[in-house]
Design a protein. Sequence first.
Length: 299
Amino acid sequence: MHWMSDKEIEKRHHKTFEQIKQTSSYGQELWTARDLQKVLEYGSWDKFRRVLLKAATACEKAGQEVEDHFSQVGKMVTLGSGAERKIEDFLLSRYACYLVVQNADPSKSIVAQGQSYFAIQTRRQELACVDGLKGFPEAIEAVFPDTEVQLCIVHMIRNSLRYVSYKERKELCADLKLIYAADTVEQAKLALDNFSRKWDEQYPTVSQLWRNNWDRLIPYFDFSKDIRKVIYTTNAIESVNRSLRKVLKTKGAFPHDESIMKIMYLALQNISKKWTMPIRDWPAAINQFAIKYEERFPL
């Protein structure tokens, strides 16, 4: 008997989702809810319909037009007597399927495989801004191979200063700013070379740190300086995570997963009350995001 590896099982499940895929006359990839119901091992349409409603609600909350992703259609089926009856069905976009598997029963292994399949299919190109956590960029690129990873500039500066004496930090930071505040990648590279010539004799590890991470430091040069101010640091999301940890760490145990979600939801409601100021230069930033990632911004 041949025992399949995890990779083989994943490949087989991904093939299953491919086999039920349809393509419209406009080239759009679509799945019917009835086909997806069978693949995700839901015996009852009523139960699966509740999953569809949760997914549609998530779609609406994300600012998307539900009708663009969940198109209600009729389907004729033949009964045992030979008569035909029209039943409810939906045509689902890739994004809709992604939301469906996110809201489906997580105890089913096929649901987990569906989450992997539709995540990769849906998130063809994104920009992920991350801190210096070891292995995090590689994990993102493994699951979302087309994602551009931008390391947090603030974390890079902090890591660089670990090697520098206090009395020289101000001058060294000014020279680092010539790198990340440059107008183009070419100017940034020249600034890094100048930095190396000036500081390598005292602190060779600093320039080496920037060179080792260079490919993940330069994606933000593709954007204007308005957007760079938004994506150069992960401090905002770290503040949210820190606030959530304060709430969770005082609890010894949780009776079930839903209790965790409720606590986090209530905590986020309290945290959001402090968000009284808009993100600096956000209108200009989102305008350029819409140009670069136009498939993610339906007009």
